[in-house]
Design a protein around this ligand. Structure first.
Ligand SMILES: Cc1ncc(COP(=O)(O)O)c(C=O)c1O
Length: 504
């Protein structure tokens, strides 16, 4: 027997569960010690469901990490990727390429708002954000304006984890551990206004233009607008807890950027590919930025890929103003437009075209909204926000216990077979666009039951050690195996043999 096997009794469904050794993997954006004490592991996924390691069906209320809009296990994508792997696995991304890269770019361009039809491929949302910022800086330089080099982001903005992205990003916890930020960065205020807009259904009506005008005041007061290269915002701020901009806000930002020659970048890593019931947030709000970044849904989450779409004039400026034979943009990744990602993106766009997933999302959004807002009045619920197929449920903060209520809700839902996401004191719901009405009911009913039972249990309800008992048993068992391996020389040898067997 090569792998640790835990024999478990009820309520687990399977007689034996194979557990991974959890020592080596440093789990990203995760409280590792806590997670490894009660791991939530998935072993399969199909449609709108995961299969957990203990063989339970877990309804995916988050489309993975906002990235599986067409549902899991899409055969069309698997076939396309498998075929591509066997045909052309890799072609050098610099100074040579392959036809599928051009086809993927053509398809992505056709999916973008009109005019944003020059496509740069990356491997993630973070890389897309940094690529967009670099393009903005280089664009002004190539146009003869090298002093236009400041970048403006927004409080509570999330643009991934690379240095550019965290500099313009506005989530303190993601910035403060990493030393000095980039120079020449500023932020505008975020548009969340719970005092005035709590429990708004969809887009809040008031305050948008005034808030956007603050951006202009800020750049006039603190910067010379002629020194600002770009403003980057998410049309709807997802990671920081579903912040829906008020009416007129994005339009006004567009006007201000145009007036001052500032590029407007929409980070559509979450809002792209149907999440709001339109192709992009730009379509939903009828505001066309100069640059759009995307990732996640581009390949339905199965192969890492991001894209940066720029207006044709921006691309043309590089082509027209660079010396003949020069590399116009010294930037790119080994895996930019890797063939399997192109195959996955094309197959994903085919699914969107065939199933009109954006329209499906739009058609469900009212139902989804009503289901989400049915939680109003439950204990601790301070605000509910929604747009398209996204909802955020914000809890009252508990002094000294940040995230305790949302984490307990998440764990309770997981126990009950629903995967939700918690971020700060907020639960975020963003199911695959293939979700059915009865599944929407199940998601919000389960969250409601979770909130009620946690509130009824008082302090014990917030004690996360009381949740996921099975998972905790697995983890303890796991730990004892790991300890055996470390202290015993022969066990060490045995462990190495296991590793070797896994390699062949
Ligand atoms: C708006 C936005 N930008 C960028 C990113 C980073 O994407 P990735 O994790 O693929 O680097 C995310 C991820 O959630 C996002 O929501």
């Amino acid at each position: 027997m090569n792998e640790p096997i835990l024999k478990v009794a009820t309520p687990l469904q399977t007689p034996a569960i194979k557990l991974p050794n959890m020592s080596n993997y440093w789990v990203p954006f995760t409280a590792n010690r806590q997670f490894k004490a009660m791991p939530r592991l998935f072993k399969a996924a199909k449609g709108n469901y995961f299969t957990s390691i203990d063989d339970r069906q877990i309804l995916d209320g988050t489309a993975g990490l906002w990235c599986v809009p067409a549902g899991h296990g899409r055969e069309e994508i698997a076939v396309a990727v498998a075929h591509q792997l066997r045909t052309l696995d890799y072609a050098p991304a610099f100074q040579s390429s392959h036809p599928l890269a051009f086809e993927a770019a053509e398809r992505v361009a056709a999916y973008m708002p009109a005019g944003l039809d020059r496509i740069f491929f990356t491997n993630s949302g973070s890389e897309s954000a940094d690529t967009a910022l670099k393009i903005a800086l280089a664009y002004h330089r190539v146009c003869g304006n090298p002093l236009r080099n400041k970048l403006i982001g927004r409080e509570r903005g999330y643009h991934g984890v690379n240095f550019g992205g965290i500099a313009v990003g506005g989530i303190a916890g993601n910035r403060k551990a990493f030393g000095n930020s980039l120079a020449g960065i500023d932020h505008i205020r975020h548009p969340l206004d719970i005092a005035n807009n709590a429990f708004t259904r969809g887009v809040p009506e008031d305050g948008g233009v005034a808030l956007a005008n603050e951006f202009e005041q800020r750049i006039m007061t603190l910067h010379d607008p002629a020194t600002v290269a770009a403003l980057i915002v998410e049309p709807m701020q997802g990671s920081a807890g579903v912040i829906v901009p008020p009416a007129g806000y994005l339009k006004r930002l567009r006007e201000i950027c145009t007036k001052h020659g500032i590029l407007l970048i929409f980070d559509e890593v979450i809002t792209g590919f149907g999440r709001l019931g339109t192709k992009f947030g730009a379509d939903y709000f009828d505001v066309i930025p100069d640059i759009i970044t995307c990732a996640k849904g581009l390949t339905n989450g199965v192969v890492p890929m991001g894209a940066v779409a720029v207006k044709r004039e921006i691309y043309d400026a590089f082509m027209e103003n660079s010396a003949a034979g020069a590399i116009e943009l010294p930037h790119g990744y080994t895996y930019s437009a890797i063939p399997i990602a192109c195959a996955a993106a094309i197959a994903t766009l085919d699914i969107f075209a065939a199933e009109k997933l954006e329209d499906r999302a739009a058609g469900l959004s009212q139902y989804f909204e009503s289901a989400a807002h049915s939680l109003k009045g439950l204990p601790m619920v301070k605000d509910i926000r929604n747009i398209g197929l996204v909802a955020g449920i914000e809890f009252e903060a508990i002094a000294g216990k940040p995230s305790a209520m949302s984490f307990a809700t998440y764990l309770k839902c997981y126990e009950s077979g629903i995967h939700v996401r918690y971020t700060g004191d907020i639960i975020a719901i963003s199911p695959p666009l293939t979700i059915e009405k009865h599944e929407i009911d199940r998601i919000f009913n389960t969250i409601a039951e979770a909130i009620k039972s946690i509130a009824a249990a008082g302090d014990a309800g917030l004690d996360f050690t009381l949740y996921l008992k099975n998972e905790q048993e697995w983890a303890m068992h796991q730990q004892s195996i790991a300890e055996d391996i470390t202290i015993s020389e022969s066990a060490n040898l045995h462990h190495k043999n296991i590793a070797l067997e896994h390699l062949v």
